[in-house]
Write a protein that binds this ligand. Structure first.
Ligand code: ZN
Length: 358
């Protein structure tokens, strides 16, 4: 069975917030959307595991508001660096425990991912969603890189010293506010040098354009959908998709229903046809080499037919029924991610060299 490599999950956050242990994840539990038995049932081979630190004391997102016809949720206050670093270290502890128990294989190169993807554990690339744990001189990158971090989103939706994200607003474009700060531009350059991937998913439009102007790696939005289908601030307009496509980049389709449903409502009633509309539109702009999946497992309300990671099995069936052939299926499920990982994490030249090669 062709495995899925997935652009984004929040399992590590779920472990912190809900007291899910690594043993629970290994043996199966009912508290979230991912554990190893259900991942096996769905055919998940691996993915990016996100470190994320909620704003202390702030309420979670107002899900009830997101069931309305339109919404604009206030973003939580910014998180200070020491608090963020403490939260990130807790997430890394979970990550390492999952590795000790044989649930995941931590991967820092594309070759490691490709090997683990077809094995008994989940191939896991460590990602950080929002760079609050990093100070303006970027000194913390040394510790994080040593811990295996190979992907960073400069912002989650709340602002950081590096830039500004998109709010949970519907309908809205992502053309909201200024782009990267000088510290944000330095962060992108440093990540390029270290071969850490930059994730555009929560950045606003000007931030995306700033990364595009600086980065020499393929551009990536790990868990974002098409704005033409769902006009949410978190989705990518055709202009943004073309910028990403021009670099040989990848967009991972998010299964969160507020980004799948054309009306942006965060309810589980969400026919697979909505997902296929996003897929078809993304393919029309990004091409067959530029589309993948980025579930948002443990961070989203999923369609009722999917329910949790085991629902990757019916998704695979729906893709076959939609006429996706074997070669394209492999690209969508894992080969496109693999190419970007090879070009970004190392082993082969980045996108500038690819352009030279044509
Ligand atoms: Zn996210």
């Amino acid at each position: 069975m062709t495995p899925f490599f997935d652009g984004h999950n929040d399992l590590l956050l779920k472990m912190t917030l809900r007291g899910v242990t690594a043993e629970d994840v290994r043996d199966g539990h009912g508290k979230g959307q991912i554990d190893l038995p259900r991942a096996r049932a769905g055919g998940l081979g691996g993915g990016f595991f996100a470190l994320f630190v909620p704003t202390p004391g702030a309420p979670g997102l107002n899900m009830a508001a997101m069931r309305q016809e339109s919404y604009d949720l206030p973003l939580p206050p910014e998180v200070d660096q020491p608090t963020a670093m403490a939260g990130v270290r807790e997430g890394i502890t979970h990550f390492n425990r999952l590795a000790e128990l044989g649930v995941i294989t931590p991967c820092t190169t594309a070759a490691q991912v490709e090997e683990a993807l077809h094995g008994p554990t989940l191939a896991a690339v460590l990602h950080m969603e929002g760079a609050e744990a990093i100070g303006p001189d970027l000194a913390e990158l040394d510790e994080l890189y040593a811990a295996g971090l190979r992907s960073i989103g400069p912002v989650w939706s709340r602002s950081t010293i590096f830039g500004h994200g998109v709010p949970f607003r519907f309908p809205s474009t992502s053309d909201i506010g200024p782009g990267l700060t000088e510290a944000g531009k330095a962060l992108v350059r440093d990540c390029n040098r270290r071969r850490i991937m930059i994730d555009l998913s929560h950045l606003n439009m000007k931030g995306l354009e700033d990364v595009a102007a600086i980065s020499d790696a393929p551009l990536v939005a790990t868990h974002s959908n098409a704005w033409v289908v769902t006009p949410s601030a978190r989705c990518l307009t055709d202009d943004e998709l073309r910028i990403i496509a021009a670099t040989g980049g990848v967009v991972g389709i998010n299964y969160g229903t507020c980004f799948l449903r054309p009306d942006g409502r965060f309810i589980s009633d969400c026919p697979v046809d909505y997902l296929l509309r996003h897929l078809d539109h993304l393919l029309s702009i990004m091409g067959e080499d530029g589309v993948a999946f980025g579930s948002d497992f443990d961070g989203a309300i999923l369609p009722n037919w999917m329910k949790d990671v085991s629902g990757l099995a019916p998704l695979r069936d729906a893709l076959v029924a939609h006429g996706i052939g074997e070669a394209l299926m492999e690209k969508l499920l894992w080969r496109n991610w693999m190419r970007v990982l090879r070009e970004t994490l190392g082993g082969v030249a980045g996108r500038r060299m690819d352009r030279v090669r044509g």
